[in-house]
Design a protein around this ligand. Structure first.
Ligand SMILES: [Zn+2]
Length: 133
């Protein structure tokens, strides 16, 4: 068994979006060839590691995508301004994560190479900090 702590290769991935340096608009995924808003290829990767609020939630009973274990709880979140994505929510059932729940992305390693799952987090008086990167 590999000791993952000693290898520099195993770095927890960061959830990123692309920000356009021309119009400042955000696009997802971070490796899009051009800005969704103006088409410019001048993009930089921005890390989204802050809690996001759940906008909507549904339970999917059909295997819509390969590797999706059902029933799956799929939520809609605004990853960053203007970028609304459907994400996997890690919860027992829909009732646990009503719209408005704060979620944080957690990288989940699996046999298919891993995926982002969003877990509920308790946020008290949360204010979005500016990431001075
Ligand atoms: Zn743009």
């Amino acid at each position: 068994m590999m000791n993952q702590k000693s290898t520099a290769e195993h770095v927890t991935p960061a959830l990123q979006v692309a920000q356009c340096t021309v119009c400042q608009g955000f696009s997802f995924p971070a490796n899009v060839p051009g800005c969704r808003h103006c088409g410019s290829p001048e993009l930089k990767a921005v890390t989204c590691d802050q809690p996001v609020q759940l906008l909507n939630v549904i339970t999917v009973h059909a295997e819509l995508a390969a590797g999706l274990t059902v029933p799956a709880i799929i939520g809609e979140v605004e990853l960053c301004p203007g970028v609304i994505e459907e994400v996997r929510v890690d919860a027992e059932n829909e009732a646990e994560v009503p719209p408005g729940t704060w979620l944080t992305p957690t990288w989940s390693d699996d046999l298919d190479g891993g995926a982002w799952v969003f877990r509920s987090v308790f946020v008290k008086d949360f204010t979005r900090e500016v990431n001075a990167e």
